[in-house]
Design a protein around this ligand. Structure first.
Ligand code: AHR
Length: 659
């Protein structure tokens, strides 16, 4: 009887949902471009776990498997193709029991240890700091090192930073030189612990905040290298953790980590539509998590100066039968490709807050991009999505709104489509779309605002079966294929999205955004500045204060004739843009500063702090644009510089000939 009632309700629900079916329509507003999708959103994670490091990345110099200084050449070559921007190491849970000095010096003298988290296997420390930095060099990526605050000490971590980053003479730098490396590496990204609420120390948020603040005081910038410290963030939906840390630590850290896995206690490749649907739904939860954690961060950091760093994400299934359960080895199917596409779309769309992420893990562990077995290597569907999506690296997000049809499975529903889009340095738009629906082709209309499209090409990743995967015997079951199921109709792009597919479209055309330059007659070189006296913690409202001094400067800089304590400065004038396009401005200051261009507040770098850089981007037409920079200096260190980077140009100090 119960079952009958249930199926009637289900039938009614399905019928209602069928009639409620919406047309799929995406509006992509090039006119509202503002934020840059940091390439670091596409970073990866490697841990001393199972066969990630040993056999996955590192074979040792004496291995018969081709290697360059011990690093697998096949794996390194494949990873270079997807342009990995940063690699996190050495863990994970492993990080909080790792003592870095055990992993330097002659290999035969390195102490061994037990990897207690991951199978109790013996770790011989043959892959350590120098080998990791060599790997990063070969991949052309930045290093992101997680320090040990669980079982280590402040001194140990601070010495690690010095060992890697200082060029001055000290016991640590002498040790580095004795180990064969003369010059410092300048590692920027440092994690202050890992999962300190769990394997990293079972700390409460208040206690962790105190610990992290203490560590941060001893992790120093050496030379010109500016550390980007990443605090341990919440476990999934632990909003209390985020709130406490933001309250206790403010925005002293560059980033706050977030860990969330799409987990399912079932096989990675042996499944039907029910488990496909569960995984889609659980992946979409990332949207809610990011929105809610960001909303908490917004209360303390309204200008997004602190990054949310999702440095562990991906699928977590049962291990492959017959493998060590603590080695977390799983295969990777078309379903994982969708998980990747959806997550990357979500990250792109939140790029004002999400400035870095790392999928777990790069090779042979959890949702890997590469699997190895002896001398064999397989590129997973996840790898191919990273390859397709690399067009979004450092591109400008085109905000999109999407009305999507529903994908209904039994009594549950998710949106069938998922999308993000960006404009690259060459003026091309890339639209990445996932069709989550297991059965149905979805017709999608993309309306472009502020862009006149002239031609389109496309790529697709899909397969006949939901659980299709690449194996060591059949490594090419899923590969990227050309896609042409689209048309351009009066400026709109009509796409036929096959079921269970990931598509990336490349659109060529021209931006068509209303002119935002202003007319200026008799422009004179330089910027006007007004000086104010006062002692502030945040920028005051200068319009309510009396000007103490006025003058002109050729560029945004601290005027020589101005005293260096307790002063405020407002610079104003025009910037002359030579070529229409997107520009990134970076304001570096000690203490607080902000910059407006035209009507828009572009960069806020407020508060008393050491030298700190904040960037903002804007679309500017050729011609003049009014700019203002406000700044205050309390006491101690002092600095102010404004940089810009345009299309096809490197970052430079905004030069005097355009001010
Ligand atoms: O990625 C596997 C493990 O998952 C990491 O070591 C840990 O940080 C997380 O719990």
């Amino acid at each position: 009887m119960k079952r009958k009632t249930f199926s009637i309700i289900t039938a009614l629900f399905l019928t209602a949902a069928l009639y409620a079916q919406t047309e799929n329509k995406a509006i992509l507003e090039a006119t509202k471009m503002k934020s840059k999708i940091s390439r670091f959103v596409y970073s990866h994670f490697s841990e001393h776990l199972g066969h990630c490091i040993y056999e996955g990345l590192w074979m040792g110099e004496n291995s018969p498997i081709p290697n360059n200084k011990g690093i697998r050449t096949d794996v390194a070559g494949a990873l270079k193709q997807i342009k990995i921007p940063a690699l996190r190491w050495p863990g994970g849970c492993f990080a909080d029991e790792y003592h870095w000095k055990d992993g330097i010096g002659p290999k035969n003298e390195r102490p061994k240890m037990i990897n207690t988290n991951w199978g109790g296997v013996t770790e011989d420390n043959s892959f350590g700091t120098h080998e990791f930095l060599e790997l990063c060099d070969q991949l052309g990526c930045e290093a992101y090192i997680s320090g040990n605050i669980g079982s280590g000490t402040v001194q140990e971590m601070s010495q690690w930073v010095e060992y890697l980053n200082s060029d001055n003479e000290s016991p640590m730098t002498d040790l580095r030189k004795a180990n064969g490396r003369e010059k410092s590496w300048g590692v920027k990204f440092w994690g202050v612990g890992n999962e300190s609420w769990g394997c990293g120390g079972r700390m409460k948020p208040g206690y962790y905040s105190d610990q992290a603040l203490q560590y941060s005081a001893f992790l120093k910038n050496h030379g010109d290298n500016r550390l980007k410290l990443i605090a341990v963030g919440p476990n999934s939906a632990d909003y209390k953790w985020t709130e406490t840390l933001m309250q206790e630590m403010g925005i002293r850290f560059w980033g706050l980590a977030l860990h969330y896995y799409t987990s399912l206690n079932a096989s990675a490749t042996n499944f039907a539509e029910d488990e496909w649907f569960k995984v889609m739904k659980s992946t979409l939860f990332m949207e809610e998590l990011i929105s809610k954690h960001s909303a908490i961060m917004d209360q303390f950091d309204p200008f997004n100066n602190m990054a949310l760093v999702v440095d562990e994400w991906g699928t977590w299934y049962q291990v492959e039968p017959g493998t060590n359960p603590r080695f977390l080895f799983q295969l990777n199917s078309l379903r994982d490709a969708l998980v990747t596409g959806i997550n990357l779309n979500i990250f792109n769309n939140h790029c004002n807050r999400i400035k870095m992420t790392a999928i777990a893990q790069i090779v042979n562990v959890l949702q890997s991009v590469i699997l190895t077995q002896g001398e064999k290597m397989v590129l997973t569907p996840t790898y191919h999505v990273f390859d397709m999506y690399k067009v979004h690296h450092d591109a400008f997000l085109i905000p999109s709104s999407l009305e999507s049809d529903n994908y209904i499975y039994e009594v549950d529903t998710v949106p069938a489509l998922n999308i993000s889009s960006s404009l690259d340095q060459n003026g091309k738009i890339h639209i990445s779309v996932c069709n989550l629906h297991a059965q149905k082709t979805e017709d999608l209309t993309c309306q472009l605002k502020g862009y006149k499209a002239s031609s389109i090409t496309g790529q697709i990743l899909t397969a006949d079966k939901l659980n299709a995967h690449n194996s060591f015997d059949k490594p090419n079951t899923l590969t990227i294929q050309p896609f042409s199921e689209f048309s351009l109709d009066e400026g709109n792009i009509e796409v036929k999205m096959p079921p269970h597919s990931v598509v990336v479209l490349e659109v060529t055309g021209n931006l068509n955004i209303p002119d935002n330059s202003v007319k200026v007659n008799n422009a004179k070189p330089g910027l006007k500045y007004s000086m104010y006296k006062g002692s502030w913690y945040r920028l005051p409202d200068f319009t309510k204060l009396n000007i103490q001094k006025e003058g002109t400067v050729p560029v945004v800089e601290y005027p020589e004739e101005v005293p260096v304590n307790d002063i405020g400065l407002v610079f104003s004038g025009f910037i002359k843009i030579e070529k229409t396009g997107m520009y990134v401005f970076t304001l570096a200051s000690d203490d607080g500063s902000k910059k407006t261009i035209g009507e828009e507040m572009l960069v806020s770098n407020d508060g008393r702090h050491a030298i700190n850089e904040v960037e903002g981007s804007i679309f500017l037409h050729e011609g003049y644009h009014p700019i203002t920079v406000e700044f205050f200096q309390a006491s101690g260190g002092c600095g102010l510089q404004l940089f810009m980077q345009g299309i096809e140009s490197d970052r430079v100090i905004v030069p005097e000939n355009i001010l």
